[in-house]
Design a binder for this molecule. Sequence first.
Ligand code: ADP
Ligand code: ADP
Ligand code: MG
Length: 499
Amino acid sequence: MIKSLLVANRGEIACRIFQTCRELGIRTIAVYSDADAGLRFVREADVAIRLGPGPASESYLRADLILAAAIEHGADAIHPGYGFLSERAEFAEACIAAGIRFVGPSGAAMRKLGTKADAKALARLAEVPSVPGFEGQGRLEELQAAAVGIGYPVMLKASSGGGGRGMRIVHDPSAFADEFHLASDEALKSFGDGTMLVEKYVRNPRHVEVQFIADGHGNVATLFERECSIQRRHQKLIEEAPAAREVPWEAMREATRKLVLAAEYENAGTAEFIVDPETDAFYFLEVNARLQVEHPVTEAITGVDLVAEQIRVASGLPLSFPQRLIDGERSEIFGHAIEARIVAENPGKGFVPSLGKIRAWLTPRNPHIRVDSGFEVGDEVSRFYDSMLAKIIAHGPDRATAVHRLRAALLDLHILGVDTNAGLIIDLLADETFRSGHIHTGTLATFLETWSVPEPGPELALVAAKATQPLTTGPTTGPAIQNDQPAWSMLDGFRNARP
Ligand code: ADP
Ligand code: ADP
Ligand code: MG
């Protein structure tokens, strides 16, 4: 069993992984950039090692420094979290070559699923339906010709894309070339790879994904689905498990098993699908070969600690949970769980990212709520990384109760110093369409057409009074940062994989 684990990541996911390590008696090693030196995950680790300056390319993406730290401090395993190096096959292989276990799939499995084009090719071999489309060599003329056959509207996608970036819908053949160049340039800038693919644009599908974890003893567990249809610009905002409405579970589970076996995949991952709400036909999108942001909702309804199981698998042990759960028998589902991603941005001002020092940080406390976060009062939300502040997860016996509890919890969440999207989510959770469960990936856009920012209530003053950081001391946030360029669009190496 692993005794000492380095987390090659930051913030909430580093805290999350350390939590399980403490339960398992595993020594924890953090690595951090200068921008993060004061954050919780650095203080919580048994050992913390500085990597370098803030930009990810000089810190969290420096595989060489991370490996050197792991060797020097006696880590016998590395957990990559999500983003950063988590889906880099060569990093997984470099760990193994250095005699360090990698808590994730093998480099070989990652390569088979690395780009969206690779993953779709594998799905074809495994006879799993994916969205009708064409990859070819990714050249403009080829894709343009293919689009005619596929039928407009089509979607252009960056093969190496992730986080909802590098996608464009093309409604008309005459716009294809322009859109292709724009998307490809953006993909090159964001992911270092401008390769595009084209596929049928499915109007208002649901996003449903299957959590799986496979061990080295022949077990392929499918821990049910998550619905992540509440998205803004193809980025997930609210996730729930099980799905908001019925899904063709047995068929989706079988498709997931086929993909896992075809990729010879060990450890945890997620197979993403879109589902046609009319016909229930589902199409494979991609595999995220890592732990996912929204894994807590699955943990809530199964009672499985996914990080603990990941560590077991990486240690060569079998999964520890019962066969019925491994087999994805739905009678094993306990209630319903729902997660909101609280992001430092201002929905009232075009969702501009909001940076600065956190002046008040009061999170809900009650037995049905889980808060995963890497921040505390006094911390700085820096421009270098993803702007997610916290994940609030509610659990209940049924969907209505879980939604209700999440909304109540968000009303008890008070963050001052940076703007957040919490008010938007509070309103959305009260929306009738949302509550009905008849949601799809267009639901949030429709909701936003009529939504307006609520006036700040009197409770704001109350929170300000409770805040442990003085609100009146001068600016501590340093020079203003121009937010015309979202932090995520910087080439910081985040991508699903390298070609
Ligand atoms: P998930 O379904 O797990 O959210 P995504 O592909 O949307 O998967 O992205 C994974 C996570 O990686 C994001 O939620 C975000 O936290 C992080 N991420 C996305 N873009 C970047 C980036 N440019 N730099 C660092 N991390 C990023
Ligand atoms: P990423 O790597 O950015 O996560 P995905 O391929 O997983 O990219 O797609 C992200 C989201 O974009 C999906 O959840 C869905 O909402 C939307 N999407 C992707 N492909 C299509 C498609 N062919 N038609 C309609 N929507 C799509
Ligand atoms: Mg995806």
